[in-house]
Write a protein that binds this ligand. Sequence first.
Ligand SMILES: Nc1ncnc2c1ncn2[C@@H]1O[C@H](COP(=O)(O)OP(=O)(O)OP(=O)(O)O)[C@@H](O)[C@H]1O
Ligand SMILES: [Mg+2]
Length: 258
Amino acid sequence: MRVFALVNQKGGCGKTTAAINWAGALAARGRRVLLVDLDPQAHATMGLGVAADHAPSLIDVLREEATADEALVCCKGGVWLLPANAALGEFEEQSERAIGPEGALARQLDAMRSAFDEVVLDCPPRVDGVLAANALRAAQTAVLVVETGAFALQGAVQALRVLDEMRADRGEEFDLAVLGTLFDRRTNFARELLVALHARFADEMFETVIRTSVRLREAAACGVPVQVLDPSCRAAEDFDALAGEWLARAGVETPVSA
Ligand SMILES: Nc1ncnc2c1ncn2[C@@H]1O[C@H](COP(=O)(O)OP(=O)(O)OP(=O)(O)O)[C@@H](O)[C@H]1O
Ligand SMILES: [Mg+2]
């Protein structure tokens, strides 16, 4: 079971969109995929067609008031979801007084080791809280999601430095990777920026970049991964390529999705 967290303290850079559709693409290739929504905004939950007040949810599992089995929801496209709701925000505040709260998710995922091949963690837009700490403790890879817009390079360098410091301070062992999103190939600026990101991050950077596509917004509004809405659109192609690249990194061979 591989666990990866999509992170960036910058809001609106495409973390949740990547989480839902990367999960959908991996599921379409036959992987058993779990998406954990660690954001009290519950956007991944809603984007997979589940109500934002669904219960039991992740907060109940982290508090050990419900089992993961009770909280899991099977969504369209074959992705399993541990849903979030607004109560997850309370965990962020209350946990500051508890002992070892950042290990709660890792303990729960450990118990599901044989049930899933891939676990995608969608993080809130902050890396300093206990929810992000839970994600980084549980993850083998932290994927920094970078919008290929103005100041992207500076933002990514700074964000990776913060993650690197957190890793050293806490003695964590996750790898770092960078995924470019919201790429508009029609602009010279975006193309040059992509070259600069590849030059700066080399092996950490995924070859696949996620292009801007209105289909991704439509899919979120319909509560499904884009592979379900329109498997032949370019957004579905991008996420399938990303899934293929991700699996190739681990040496996993799967059929290309239909
Ligand atoms: N590749 C894309 N093409 C078009 N729209 C996109 C793309 N990626 C994301 N969006 C849109 O941009 C907005 C922000 O995306 P998203 O919610 O994925 O970001 P986020 O990083 O998870 O935000 P937050 O920090 O609030 O959690 C959404 O409206 C989403 O539909
Ligand atoms: Mg989000």
